[in-house]
Design a protein around this ligand. Structure first.
Ligand code: HEM
Length: 215
């Protein structure tokens, strides 16, 4: 039988392609959107990471989700610096979640509070993705909107405390493979991961509607 890390990766592959090729992401990576669209997207990420990280401390001692909780991954402080750069010092006042973002963040919070194994699915979907494809987005954002390399505006994508992302991902897969869950629970985590991808795609869809190219 495949390892759990392979299972979760394979099971979400199709949806990964869907997220990657969504209209909003394609337009963003194609350099066809203004910095306002990028800022709006970054705002949505703030809500997701607030949900992921606000409840993380409590999960640190959980036998299932605990090993995944690592403050060196936390993105909220970086997101807040990026938003201050993108929106100015009053960025909080203008911050608003799209309905799709609210649904996503609510689900993350629900898992954090009630289902630690499900939280792992959201943890994986976000942090491993940010460490991987996030680097492509960062590169593109720096070039398109002229942010300083790894500086304000793209700090979200810079994991200062992860020296070797490839090694980190290897260790992370080991953590997944050792997750303290039986086969049925693992299956449920995979299902939650697919849900996490679908929640992301829904946010992209909403952003695509807010920033249509042909309008
Ligand atoms: C244009 C957008 C994206 C690009 C270009 C991209 C690209 C990539 C690349 C190149 C990897 C390589 C992983 C490796 O072999 O080390 C990866 C992995 C991953 N991506 Fe994305 N990605 C994008 C969007 C997303 C989104 C929206 C999510 C979910 C929110 C996501 C979640 C993941 C996850 C969880 C992995 C780790 C897979 C694994 O090794 O288990 N990605 N991505």
């Amino acid at each position: 039988m495949d390892s759990f890390s392979t299972l979760i990766r394979t099971a979400s592959h199709e949806q990964h392609v869907e997220a990657e090729t969504s209209t909003f992401m394609s337009d963003l990576l194609g350099g066809r959107l203004g910095v306002d669209a990028y800022a709006r997207y970054t705002e949505q990420l703030w809500f997701v990471y607030e949900a992921l990280e606000a409840g993380a401390g409590r999960l640190a001692s959980d036998p299932v989700a605990g090993p995944f909780v690592q403050p060196r991954l936390y993105r909220l402080p970086a997101l807040e610096r990026d938003l201050a750069h993108l929106r100015g010092p009053d960025w909080r006042a203008g911050l608003s979640a799209l309905p799709a973002t609210r649904v996503y963040a609510d689900r993350v919070r629900e898992c954090a509070e009630q289902w630690p194994a499900g939280y792992i699915a959201h943890h994986y979907t976000r942090y491993l993705g940010d460490l991987s494809g996030g680097q492509i987005i960062r590169d593109k954002a720096e070039k398109t909107w002229g942010f300083e390399k790894k500086g304000d505006g793209v700090r979200f994508y810079v994991f200062e405390e992860i020296g070797n992302p490839a090694a980190f991902k290897r260790d992370y897969r080991e953590l997944l493979d050792g997750v303290r869950a039986d086969d049925l629970e693992k299956q449920r985590i995979v299902t939650e991961c697919k849900r996490a991808f679908a929640l992301n795609t829904a946010v992209f869809r909403a952003l695509g509607e807010e920033f249509p190219l042909s309008a």
